[in-house]
Every structure is written in C-alpha cells, then in structure tokens.
Write a protein that binds this ligand. Sequence first.
Ligand code: FES
Length: 153
Amino acid sequence: MTWEPEIIAFCCNYCAYAAADLAGSKRMQYPTNVRIIHAPCTGKIEMEHILDAFLKGIDGILVAGCLEGGCHFIEGNLRARKRTDHIRAILAEVGVGEDRLRMVNLSAAMAPTFVESVQQMVDTVRALGPSPLREGAAAGQDSSRHAESEGRS
Ligand code: FES
C-alpha cells in the first residue's frame, strides 16, 4: 500500500477558518489528505494537542491563525507562535523533524495563501517520509485491538 501523508490543519475560528472556507467556496484545489480542525484561537491550541496528534501517527501539522495584530483574543497568535517554535525545537531534538510543524498567519481573504501553505506542508512531509512515530502509534493500536479481542482493555 502506498503511503500518503496525513496532515492536520488547526485553524482558528476567525481569519484562518474563513480563509479555508473561502478557498472551498472558490473551488480552489488543495490536497485531500489534510484534515481541518477548528480551534477558537491558535492560542487555545495546547502543546498536548499537538504532541498527542504526533503520538497518534499524524505526519505533519499546520497551525493557522490570524495575522499578527489581528487575533480576536489579542495575543493568542503570538503565544501560539512561541509555543510552535518551542515544539519545533522538541521535534528536532527527538528526531521527528521540526518541519513537520509549521505556523502560518492569514487574513480571512488569504485563501490562496492558505492553499499554498497546505500544499507546501504536504510536499515537505512527503519529502520527509512517514513520521517515525507512526509505527509506534500503529503498534499501540494493534495491541489495544488485540487486548479488546481477548476481552481485555
Ligand atoms: Fe485567530 Fe486568535 S482568533 S489566532
């Protein structure tokens, strides 16, 4: 079976989601292996959300928020930028690769930039290959399925 990158795009509920929505309504094409997850603001995306997604075998994550100075929660996107940089450093240190996580700032009208960012993320992750955490995630799922089939959980 050929591997396809699995990507999550965490989009803030305001500008980033509006840009993604605009891309959809303009019928702009972007890869279908990207799942969009709504967040109230990028500042509400905790480190655990990102690390947990990687531990579950996601290959790459895009964090999309409002332009700097445009966050509806004032400094949420600035906090998210710091957090993203911190997690990128961790990903580099543990050998997962910092480029599997990126943040982009968008206005609601920036549908082409949203599409471009998603495409770049998919291309980068495709070049990096499957996440090294993917196998561990699959093994974890297999053992829990095995335990369920034996009546354990
Ligand atoms: Fe968009 Fe905060 S509301 S980043």
